[in-house]
Design a protein around this ligand. Structure first.
Ligand code: FAD
Length: 468
């Protein structure tokens, strides 16, 4: 082991939490080491957000080609070359990773390749490509999460896959049983159903996408079923057997079903393995997370934790924002996290996007609410692009008009939600949205009309029955 290197701040993990924190620290004029044991970019870049969305972009192109005739366009035979889709995904991930390497270099961040473990609250030992001791006055932990394995049917990564090994497939399976109807399971279901695979989703809860709330779950149950996905809820998977040519999934009811492959998407667990947190005096919560205060500082002064390892949000953009907050505090500035305006997106077809409070949450908090819901059917742009499925909904405080929450389901919902995140973050009102001129014809106009509906002054939508 070489001698000790000294930095102002050491960041462990280079996912969207860690690398963003490292750049912010460098901007604030401090020396920073970014320690990574695997590929730069973490889960998000290598086996999460970017690869899944790249594959989903391929499925979206296929969807458009399949319905080209609806737009008066004749195409030839359509063939999916999934090995090429996968190769494109790998190229894009590699390109972004190389961009990230350049970004870190240009910010003069020292990247250390290896697995970090605590020796004391201020000292880390790194073992791997680089073998080094590091002393840092402040340490930020951004070690992320990994797929949850189930002891009764562990992934063999041959026929029983998790989200990571699923991304290595080079062909479209004829049939796929997905255990878990959360957002990761449903995104893979959308992807492979579009590509022609017979997909069955097996969910133990009474509904898929339970975390997204009842209304969304109901809408998506219909939408995904219409796309040929079989959704089975209230079913408990007991065993999955690799039969060499296929898998047999056995349910608690005794029923079994065969599929070419199984994807286990039952959640993720916080990753703190090998960190030796006890040597720094950092406890884990009963859920095995690292707890922090709103400044992202752990129970141990000078040690911060951000991103998935803090257990609660498990979203890349939350990890990044927490990274900025932790970096500022670690560099002697004051910053805290606020969670009122966090957009959350599910990249299924149709997409789901939400921010702020749902109607039920707002009512539980004692608000008397006004709601405005506009179906995309009512929009010229949606008709022009034949993307009429779905709606936007705005929830506001009846007394003040303040926007409290918003939901969008449909084409480009992921981009649409940004306007409402800005509105909620800045405590804007229905009036602010109504005073904002939205370009025509766009899908973003939906927010303007939904705000008008909530305000009971719709222009392009009939007034409420009974209204004068
Ligand atoms: P991670 O990205 O997990 O990075 C942690 C890094 O720390 C890893 O690179 C790991 O190797 C490294 N590390 C761990 N321990 C050590 C150690 N001791 N020493 C050195 N290095 C270490 N989120 C979204 O917001 N939008 C999406 O569309 C989305 N899609 C997803 C799709 C899938 C299939 C999955 C699995 C996740 C998706 N997520 C999405 C979630 C998102 O990827 C995570 O929330 C995000 O990556 C968390 O960032 P992080 O920085 O906390 O940790």
């Amino acid at each position: 082991m070489a001698d000790k290197k000294i930095f102002d701040v050491a960041v462990v993990g280079s996912g969207p939490g860690g690398y963003v924190a490292a750049i912010k620290i460098a901007q604030l004029g401090k020396t920073v080491a970014l320690i990574e044991k695997e590929k730069l970019g973490g889960t998000c870049l290598n086996v999460g957000c970017i690869p899944t969305k790249t594959l989903l972009a391929g499925a979206a192109v296929l969807h458009q080609v399949k319905r080209a005739a609806d737009f008066g366009i004749t195409t030839g035979p359509i063939a999916v070359q999934y090995d090429k889709m996968k190769a494109r995904k790998d190229q894009i991930v590699a390109k972004i990773r190389s961009g990230l390497e350049g970004l870190l270099k240009s910010n003069k961040i020292t990247v250390i390749r290896g697995s970090a473990q605590f020796e004391s609250p201020r000292d880390l030992k790194v073992i791997g490509l680089d073998n080094v001791f590091i002393h840092a006055e402040k340490i930020i932990l951004a070690t992320g999460s990994v797929p949850l394995d189930i002891a009764a049917f562990p992934c063999d990564h041959e026929r029983i896959l998790n989200s990571t090994s699923m991304l290595e497939l080079t062909h479209v399976p004829k049939s796929l049983a997905i255990v878990g109807g959360g957002y990761i399971g449903c995104e893979f279901a959308s992807l492979f159903a579009e590509l022609g695979c017979k997909v069955t989703v097996l969910e133990a809860l009474p509904t898929i996408l339970a975390a997204q709330g009842t209304n969304i779950a109901q809408f998506m149950t219909k939408a995904l079923t219409n796309r040929g996905i079989e959704l089975r809820t209230n079913v408990k998977v007991q065993a999955i057997a690799n039969q060499k040519s296929h898998v047999t999934v056995t349910l608690a009811s005794g029923e079994s079903l065969d599929a070419e492959l199984a994807l286990v998407a039952v959640g993720r667990k916080v990753y703190t393995e090998g960190l030796h947190l006890e040597k720094a005096g950092i406890p884990l919560t009963d859920k095995q997370w690292i707890a922090t205060n709103e400044r992202m500082e752990t129970e141990v002064s000078g040690i911060y934790a951000i991103g998935d390892v803090t257990g609660q949000w498990m979203l890349a953009h939350v990890a990044s924002h927490q990274g900025i907050v932790a970096a500022q505090n670690a560099c002697g500035h004051e910053a805290s996290m606020h969670y009122e305006a966090i957009p959350a997106v599910v990249f299924t077809s149709p997409e789901i996007a939400m921010v702020g409070l749902s109607a039920e949450q707002a009512q539980q908090k004692g608000y008397s609410i006004a709601q405005g819901m506009l179906p995309f059917q009512a929009l010229g742009k949606a008709q022009a692009t034949a993307e009429t499925e779905g709606f936007v909904q705005v929830i506001s405080d009846k007394k003040t008009g303040q926007v409290l929450g918003a939901t969008a389901i449909g084409h480009e919902a992921s981009n649409l939600i940004a306007e409402m995140a800005l509105a909620i973050q800045n405590e804007l009102t229905l009036e602010s949205i109504l005073e904002t001129i939205h370009a025509h014809p766009t899908v973003a106009e939906a927010w303007h009309e939904a705000a008008a509906i909530a305000n009971e002054t719709p222009i392009n939508f009939p007034p409420k029955r009974g209204a004068s």
